[in-house]
Design a protein around this ligand. Structure first.
Ligand code: ATP
Ligand code: MG
Length: 240
């Protein structure tokens, strides 16, 4: 039996909009994700996908409801413990990459390893980047790269840590079709080898190759599709 890695229990998130006003973004979302599982989150723009990913990964505390990562509530851990968990157990690929513009490609990728005092293998970084068809120079500053290249750097930065829990927010949003396949296959393999991968995507074809798809609409989890196929996904998304 695979282990429960992420548990969301009635997670809701509201944002304050100033005086006595707030907006409800996530509404009562519950799900569990297991080791060895590749989960996709799919839904229209603004439906709360990125917010949900942040809430269940320890980055953004829900307004109400409970989150557990590896059986621990990340929001009850000390800052030092949560920082360590983020460096060693959890990898988060941000929709907006969150790279350090003042550092070159290589330094961006090895930053998490440096911070945790781990050994750095340049050849491992090269292998990772090659496996995604990355062709820019490792010495280039990331702000000189294309969006797709920056996305690959953000992915490599997570993969190099060997994290077993991976959150990926539209990890193929900026890359071409062939790179999309390569990146998807890397994530698929990680899940097949025991990791828990949760990926937000707008891509129905990719979602259909994950183990389970969570369909989000207006902040609500409207459907969970096991072994989703493109027809089932399209039907859910077009329902409106
Ligand atoms: N800090 C915040 N304060 C107020 N509103 C916010 C905040 N963060 C997100 N929102 C709102 O929450 C809603 C959901 O945002 P979110 O980024 O989770 O959507 P998404 O499903 O990831 O969309 P996309 O597909 O465009 O990335 C949006 O309407 C957004 O404006
Ligand atoms: Mg988003």
């Amino acid at each position: 039996m695979d282990d429960a890695i992420i548990e969301a229990d009635s997670v809701s998130k509201s944002f304050s909009l100033g005086k006595n006003k707030s907006i409800d973004i996530l509404k009562d979302i519950s799900f569990t994700a297991y080791s060895n599982e590749f989960l996709s989150i799919i839904g229209p723009s603004g439906s709360g996908k990125s917010t949900l990913l942040k809430c269940v990964s320890g980055l953004l505390e829900p307004t109400t409801g409970l989150v557990k990562v590896n059986a621990l509530n990340p929001y009850l851990l000390s800052p030092a413990k949560i920082a360590k968990m983020r460096r060693t157990e959890i990898g988060f690929i941000f929709q907006s990459y969150n790279l350090v513009p003042a550092l070159p490609v290589l330094e961006n990728i090895v930053l998490p390893l440096r911070l945790s005092g781990k050994k750095i293998s340049n050849s491992k970084v090269e292998v990772l980047l090659n496996s995604m068809n990355f062709s820019a120079d490792l010495g280039s500053f990331v702000n000189t790269l294309s969006g797709g290249e920056q996305q690959k750097v953000a992915i490599a930065r997570v993969l190099v840590t060997n994290a077993k829990i991976i959150f990926a927010d539209e990890p193929t949003g900026a890359v071409d079709e062939s790179s999309k396949e390569l990146i998807f296959n890397i994530l698929r393999k990680l899940a097949d080898n025991g990791a828990c991968v949760v990926m937000v995507t707008h891509d129905i074809d990719l979602a259909s190759k994950t183990d389970r798809a969570l369909i989000l609409k207006d902040g609500k989890l409207v459907k969970v599709l096991n072994k989703p196929d493109t027809t089932g996904l399209l039907e859910m998304i077009e329902k409106g």
